[in-house]
Design a protein around this ligand. Structure first.
Ligand SMILES: Cc1cc2nc3c(=O)[nH]c(=O)nc-3n(C[C@H](O)[C@H](O)[C@H](O)COP(=O)(O)OP(=O)(O)OC[C@H]3O[C@@H](n4cnc5c(N)ncnc54)[C@H](O)[C@@H]3O)c2cc1C
Length: 457
């Protein structure tokens, strides 16, 4: 492998103390639930397993960009893998990058974009780690063409709490490969991974935005754009009547005219405070949805935009989850299989609009049929809807349970990375393979999510 990075796996200096503290506490992006746990920072792949095993269960965590409790563990030890952040090897001839699991997608972009490479799949934030991207088998705007992140992972190393090292790929230890991709951190610690990047010649994206009203129009636009690399829609989850299910369908492809491949600048804006609960209400959210829909005047616009606002509009303001106040937020993301009449998605949208709770960050997308490499991966062919809700205890949980029930009735499933509320019965119906998977869970590992969905919490 031709390499532009040092070839050896970095080793801790002889006098190194285990790990360096990165953050004083750990919470998920939704800031709910709030669970106490010890945080043990890992800086080197050799930091695990620890010399002295902690008393309770352990769970590897990355950047805490999951919304619910897949990255939380009450009264256990979180293995904070974010500090394992070395890039190890890169071959410009093939685009194959080997890096430690705590490297973020932002760090990969900083390194790779100036060399003419981009991520094969990226979620709506670049501040996730490679370990987290594999463990949730994340998807992006190109799911219908490229499948999940795991589809572009060639190999990784899994370290179990008994000290065994398992090299996983399509050829070696295939069962561990499939169980760990989408395995929510429960099969062991991923220490490093190899990912194939894709070439680009510019930061530019050829963008097209189309306004639509209703699911039929959305589906028609999705059909027309079936071969376009990136597609996604923002959908207004507040308006009813003639404006029900209106939105903006966004599509993009990497531009082909070469232009300077510079590194992105760090965002300067940080959401300064936890907003009080009353700030997000039916009126302010409705106003935002109205303004967002109408900020695009023409029915269709075409332009060339930078990849940052196209892929990561929310990353422009750090800590934006504070907008939901100290109580935090709940996400709901489901995928529903194809249904000519869109009855399931219509029922879900009606439940949301009538609750008056929906937020402005609602996304609708068509998932394609590229098979996911993970045994428990979330995506499957159909329509996926994702949105945030502020936590209002008297109504939010009830609404989420209703949405889960509709999802189940229509043969869909919900995304663990975004979830804090589904019941054990719902999870087990969404993911009937969970018992087979359970045999691969590291006996020393557990998570708040796993306790909940296996009926132990
Ligand atoms: C603004 C925003 C937009 C998002 N958009 C999308 C999107 O478009 N598509 C999508 O799929 N997701 C999306 N997400 C969710 C996010 O991509 C996933 O939750 C991702 O897994 C978070 O990675 P993380 O590094 O923060 O890991 P964490 O959230 O810290 O952990 C996630 C899981 O990975 C496990 N894990 C972490 N590191 C390791 C390791 N080294 N070894 C083994 N297991 C490990 C944890 O145990 C946990 O189960 C979004 C999140 C946000 C905040």
């Amino acid at each position: 492998m031709a390499t532009v990075l040092p070839e050896t796996v970095p080793q801790p200096p002889a006098d190194s103390k285990q790990g360096k503290a990165l953050e004083p506490s750990f919470e998920s992006w939704g800031r709910y639930p709030k669970l106490p746990a010890d945080l043990r920072p890992l800086s080197w792949t050799t930091d695990f397993p620890p010399r002295e095993r902690p008393a309770g269960a352990m769970l590897p965590v990355g950047a805490g960009r999951s919304y619910g409790d897949v990255c939380l563990l009450e009264e256990g030890t979180l293995l904070h893998a974010r500090g394992m952040d070395h890039l190890l090897q890169f071959d410009p001839a093939t685009g194959i990058l080997r890096c430690e699991a705590g490297v973020t997608l932002a760090e990969i972009l900083d390194f790779a974009v100036p060399l003419g490479f981009f991520l094969p799949v990226t979620p709506g934030t670049k501040y996730v780690t490679v370990g987290g991207a594999i463990a949730n088998d994340i998807h992006g705007k190109n799911h219908h063409i490229a499948g999940t992140f795991g589809s572009h992972v060639l190999r990784f190393e899994l370290v179990r709490s008994d000290g065994s090292h398992i090299l996983c790929s399509h050829r070696e230890n295939r069962d561990w490969f499939a169980m760990t991709i989408g395995g929510m951190g429960l099969t062991g610690l991923i220490t490093w991974a190899e990912v194939r990047l894709r070439p680009i010649v510019t930061r530019g994206i050829n963008y097209r935005g189309d306004k639509f009203v209703g699911f039929q129009e959305f589906l028609e636009l999705s059909r027309q754009a079936a071969d376009v690399e990136y597609t996604v829609a923002w959908i207004d989850c507040v308006s009813t009547g003639k404006n029900f299910a209106r939105g903006i369908f966004m599509q993009g492809t990497h531009a082909e005219t070469p232009a300077p491949l510079t590194r992105s600048k760090e965002p300067k804006l940080v959401f300064p405070i936890d907003l009080p609960e009353f700030a997000l209400n039916k009126f302010s959210i409705g106003l935002f949805n109205f303004a967002y829909y109408n900020k695009q005047r023409a029915k269709t616009v075409n332009s060339v935009v930078d990849y940052e606002p196209f892929f990561y509009p929310l990353d422009a303001v750090l800590k934006w989850n504070r907008m939901y106040g100290k109580a935090g937020l709940l996400q709901f993301q489901c995928v529903l299989p194809w249904d000519e009449d869109q009855r399931g998605i219509t029922q879900i949208m009606k439940a949301i609009t009538s609750s008056g709770l929906a937020s402005f960050l609602a996304v609708l997308k068509v998932f394609g049929d590229v098979p996911s490499p993970g045994f428990l991966s979330f995506p499957k062919p159909g329509l996926t809807l994702a949105l945030d809700f502020p936590i209002r205890p008297e109504v939010s949980f009830d609404l989420l349970h209703r949405l889960a029930a509709i999802t189940l009735d229509h043969g869909g499933r919900m995304y663990p990375a975004k979830d804090a509320t589904m019941t054990a019965a719902q999870y087990q119906a969404f993911y009937p393979g969970w018992e087979k998977f359970a045999a691969y869970v590291d006996p020393a590992f557990d998570s708040a999510f796993w306790r909940r969905v296996t009926g132990r919490a």
